[in-house]
Design a binder for this molecule. Sequence first.
Ligand SMILES: [Zn+2]
Ligand SMILES: [Zn+2]
Ligand SMILES: [Zn+2]
Length: 266
Amino acid sequence: MIYRITFLGTGTSTGVPLIGCQCRVCLSKDNKDKRLRSSVLVERITDNGERIKILIDAGPDFRQQMLTHGITGLDAILLTHEHRDHIAGLDDVRAFNFLSNKPVPIYAEQRVQDSLRKQFDYAFTDYKSPGLPEMTLYTIENKPFYIRDIPIIPVRAMHGPLPILGFRIGPIGYLTDAKTIDDNELEKFKGVKVFVVSTVQRTVHRTHFSLSQAIGVAQRVGAAESYLTHLSHCLEPHRELLALLPQGIEPAYDGLVREVVFKDIQ
Ligand SMILES: [Zn+2]
Ligand SMILES: [Zn+2]
Ligand SMILES: [Zn+2]
């Protein structure tokens, strides 16, 4: 079977370009410098063509990302944490509700769910007027779980003071918005073929890995291919950043697709 990761967005919370900014990254003509808010689609495609689609995070650009990539349904949405740039698009799951006549399954920690109930209070009232987003919330913790028969391994990291989750899905590891991670948690990513880690800038940040910290984490995981995401306009334009990163580590860009042939271990 094949695991495929599609980068739907690779930008920090403001996206790139930043509204109104005249810096050379924001004015760049290179499409790889146009970054929607960070989100990836992970698909498992079996030999008989069965395709399971798992979205990680649904930020403010969710609608555009679904349209751009022609996505007509999702088997699950996994949430890393409750910041707006990772959940603001959830109202638009309505389209999938209309198409499938079913709620969209959302997998999140209890604290994240509590925040969803506040931020989307209208969707969780007892009286459901027609047309509201319908989501079924599944509670996850830092313990492996399944989506259908796909094992999902959560990985705990700290986003400054906020505990968040990264995910290992088959041969793919995804860790965004982390600032620190314990060795025993990072260990869970060992052996992935494709590793994704976030950074926003070169200098030390209060809640995110700096560029050198993200590179260090990627090197410790040691995947054949590592990609940086959640990038801001404070970093170099894509082409320059690519040229100065170590072998095997590249900046991701919106629309990048990677595929890995892999056999699930049950
Ligand atoms: Zn973020
Ligand atoms: Zn800028
Ligand atoms: Zn965040």
